[in-house]
Design a protein around this ligand. Structure first.
Ligand SMILES: C=CC1=C(C)c2cc3[nH]c(cc4nc(cc5[nH]c(cc1n2)c(C)c5CCC(=O)O)C(CCC(=O)O)=C4C)c(C)c3C=C
Ligand code: FE2
Ligand code: FE2
Length: 387
């Protein structure tokens, strides 16, 4: 058996303020994030949204020091995981493949080839599978594999999700317990699970198992917690005009306050590393909202980062994966059906010449409207909240 590698997948985040716009461009260029009826519209729309959103997004990143800590934390996780694997008798090279920023997945794969890796475990750093996260990274890897015979020599296996791994669940419960014990009323504080949202159609139309896995994960963590506290689950970080998974975090916080809840312990459930949605959105935006609504104690459970029990859980996952029969991109493909995001997609886009002509004209008109909106700062995308 040749050299073993572990490829950690994550989304990536801008390191500096000037990275924000190109990072957003990469993100919105991904059809797993925004799927449009015309492929050719993807890049112009990504350019448009990233250019227009950059200022707002930069201001958010400025509140957490100008950039995302995701790369630094993922590097710490990789280092700790390498050591934990060595403790289990597994010598492995660790690689980090980010989807939308450095170090890019393509860079990691180039290094894996140079290092002559023969056996590779692909581990997304998202506990729950979503089309928009792990699914998108798998799709990219699948395309790289299809186009490169050298990669097809590598014996690889992938771990689609691990939301139910006992070591991960126990580490989450431990962090929650620690935070509850800091409250004056540890047994009655409301445990508020805030998951990153996805458009509802991902689940209802495209078959994304994300919501199911989030809900199961919450149940497992509450069982492991073994405390009598009430709990609630809501979804944060909505972007764009379509309906996302409900209830929304920003709606539930004031509702709970109105019901007389005084203490919230917020648990970021879909993230294992600190990043903008924990440090800015929860710690700043939601805290402010909660305090204005009358919540007196607002505590946030830290992300796992390089929590020792969590790193051991990742090492066990890798070990189990090396011993298990290979699971390939084709196997997880069944988790990914066609994503429908916008109502236009329910139309029949026939290949008749008349339909093609009208599609083209409408698209040109739409694009012109986007340009006008960019210049004037007024228009439908602002009204819909995309910008
Ligand atoms: C489980 C985690 C995540 C899901 C699901 C997810 C879906 C999703 N995200 C967007 C839009 C944006 N995401 C952004 C940043 C971002 N998102 C996640 C995680 C999930 N996204 C991470 C880890 C990050 C990076 C954070 C960092 O620290 O840099 C952004 C950029 C930030 C901003 O401007 O708000 C956008 C935009 C969509 C549309 C989506 C599902 C379709
Ligand atoms: Fe996101
Ligand atoms: Fe956000």
């Amino acid at each position: 058996m040749g050299q073993t590698g572990v490829l950690l997948l994550n989304l990536g985040g801008p390191d500096r303020p000037e990275d924000v716009r190109p990072f957003l461009y990469n993100l919105f260029s991904d059809p797993e994030i925004i799927r449009l009826p015309f492929r050719w519209l993807q890049k112009p729309l990504a350019w448009f949204i990233s250019t227009s959103r950059a200022r707002k997004s930069q201001a958010n990143y400025a509140q957490i020091g100008g950039g995302s800590p995701l790369r630094r934390i993922t590097e710490q996780q990789a280092k700790a995981l390498k050591a934990a694997l060595a403790d289990l008798g597994i010598e492995a090279n660790l690689y980090i493949g980010m989807r939308y920023w450095h170090p890019f997945t393509e860079e990691a794969i180039a290094q894996i080839k140079l290092d002559n890796i023969r056996q590779l475990v692909i581990l997304p750093l998202y506990p729950q599978y979503s089309i928009s996260t792990s699914g998108s990274s798998f799709r990219l890897l699948e395309a790289l594999w299809e186009n490169d015979p050298a990669l097809r020599q590598i014996h690889y296996t992938l771990i689609p999700s691990w939301y139910n791994h006992p070591g991960y669940v126990a580490a989450m419960a431990e962090l929650i317990r620690r935070e509850l014990d800091q409250c004056p009323n540890p047994d009655t504080a409301m445990v508020f699970f805030s998951a990153h949202g996805v458009p509802k159609s991902y689940v209802t139309e495209a078959g994304d198992p994300y919501q199911e896995q989030i809900e199961a994960c919450v149940r497992l963590i509450m069982n492991a917690l073994g405390r009598p506290n009430p709990h609630v689950l809501a979804y944060q970080s909505r972007v764009g005009p379509v309906e996302w998974l409900q209830p929304y975090t920003e709606d539930i916080i004031p509702e709970l306050a109105a019901q007389g809840v005084k203490t919230l312990v917020v648990v970021p459930i879909s993230f294992i590393s600190e990043h903008i949605e924990t440090l800015q959105e929860i710690d700043i935006e939601y805290r402010e909202l909660a305090e204005e609504a009358g919540i007196e104690i607002f505590r946030r459970v830290p992300a796992l980062n390089d929590h020792p029990g969590f790193i051991v859980a990742l090492a066990q996952l890798v070990k189990e994966s090396l011993a298990a029969p290979p699971r390939t991109f084709a196997d997880v493909n069944t988790l990914r059906k066609r994503v429908k995001l916008y109502p236009q997609e329910r139309w029949e886009w026939g290949m008749t010449s008349a339909a093609e002509r009208w599609n083209g004209r409408l698209a040109m008109l739409g694009f012109l409207a986007l340009i006008i909106e960019l210049i004037s700062g007024q228009g439908p995308l602002h009204m819909l909240g995309l910008l």
